[in-house]
Design a protein around this ligand. Structure first.
Ligand SMILES: *Cc1c(COP(=O)(O)O)cnc(C)c1O
Length: 344
């Protein structure tokens, strides 16, 4: 049984009643023939919202990043990415395994960014000894950096730098709508300058399945071939896309509630003994555990026994993620349970 108050991830969200309704009514067809009107509608909507020409429904964020990197790069090419990025750490380095693409690692800063000077230094000169630099990959919001977001100005500066050196820019925007809502900017301002963006429908936007890759029409044409070779040609997946359309039309603005609840949680934690919340930027709260009776793992287990789900992602650090289905009252209840454990 999942925990009653499940803050382990925003991937645990249930589809909304409107999503279930839309799924039941979806007009579908064979998408490998390009004949699923609901998928076509979702792809066009996603492209329009992010300021790109075309979109591609994929099975997951992992598949979206993989399709994107395989489409941008040939074997022996290098992708410049952060040492703490999800694509480097949590996707089995599929781009290297399946694509013969090499990561060129740059340190992530506390705000999730890569320094421009570090990116520039990682671009390899044209030399018979070196790999070919082909792509820069950013993450917005940054999962391991507490959901920190990148700004439009920073993203544009990285795009300029990449393009001036003949490289392309990919954004792993699994939570790019959280980044847009937190800064009160149009998501286009974060996406338009990139050559490709992947975002997840199945996290805070609450759809049951799916991610979308957006880019130029030509890029998406080639990405569609790549999705097929990876087994991602999904036939009547308009049933899934229907929920994705509801996610994009009804579930974006409410992400602000998740950000409020994350701040509420961090504020409460700051008054409890033995835990130290890190700065909150969007819907992810990390806190350090330095307590006489608990480390992160045992506190996670004690919380789970009381029906509160959080994840101990390292010996001294726990992550909690707010999302649709979590109310302020749930946060207050989780804080009461934590208070009883930590001061008891
Ligand atoms: C969740 C996540 C992904 C992968 O998405 P899945 O749908 O779980 O494959 C990629 N990047 C980031 C930053 C994520 O948080």
């Amino acid at each position: 049984m999942p925990p009653r108050i499940d803050l382990r991830s925003d991937t645990v969200t249930q589809p909304t009643p409107a999503m279930r309704e839309a799924m039941a009514r979806a007009v579908v067809g064979d998408d490998v023939f390009g004949e699923d009107p609901t998928i076509n509608q979702l792809e066009a909507l996603a492209a329009e919202m992010l300021g790109k020409e075309a979109g591609l429904l994929v099975t997951s964020g992992t598949q979206g990043n993989l399709v994107s990197l395989l489409t941008h790069c040939n074997r022996g090419d290098e992708v410049i990415m952060g040492h703490d990025s999800h694509t480097y750490n949590s996707e089995q380095v599929g781009f290297a395994v399946l694509g013969g693409i090499a990561p060129r690692i740059v340190q992530n800063q506390p705000d999730g960014s890569l320094r421009l000077a570090d990116i520039e230094a990682a671009i390899m000169p044209d030399n018979v000894h070196f790999g070919r630099s082909r792509l820069v990959s950013l993450e917005n919001t940054h999962n391991r950096r507490g959901g920190a977001y990148l700004t439009p100005a920073y993203t544009a500066a990285v795009a300029d730098l990449a393009h001036n050196h003949g490289l392309s820019l990919h954004i792993d925007g699994a939570r790019i709508f959280n980044a847009a809502v937190a800064q009160d900017v149009d998501v286009k301002e974060l996406a338009r300058v990139a050559d490709s963006v992947t975002f997840c429908l199945s996290k805070g936007l609450s759809a049951p399945v799916g991610s979308v890759v957006v880019g130029s029409s030509e890029f998406i044409r080639r990405a569609r071939r790549m999705r097929k070779i990876l087994g991602g040609g999904m036939r009547q997946a308009g049933v899934i896309a229907a929920a994705g359309i509801v996610a994009l039309t009804e579930m974006v603005d409410r992400l602000a509630e998740d950000h409020d609840n994350a701040r509420l949680l961090a504020h409460g934690l700051s008054h409890l003994p033995g835990v130290n919340p890190e700065p909150v930027h969007t819907n992810i709260v990390y806190f350090g555990v330095d307590h006489p009776r608990y480390d992160a793992a045992s506190l996670q287990d004690a919380l789970a026994q009381q029906g509160v789900g959080m994840l101990a992602l390292s010996p001294g650090r726990i992550r909690a993620v707010t999302h649709y289905g979590i109310q302020a009252g749930d946060i207050e209840e989780a804080l009461d349970i934590l208070q009883a454990l930590l001061s008891g």
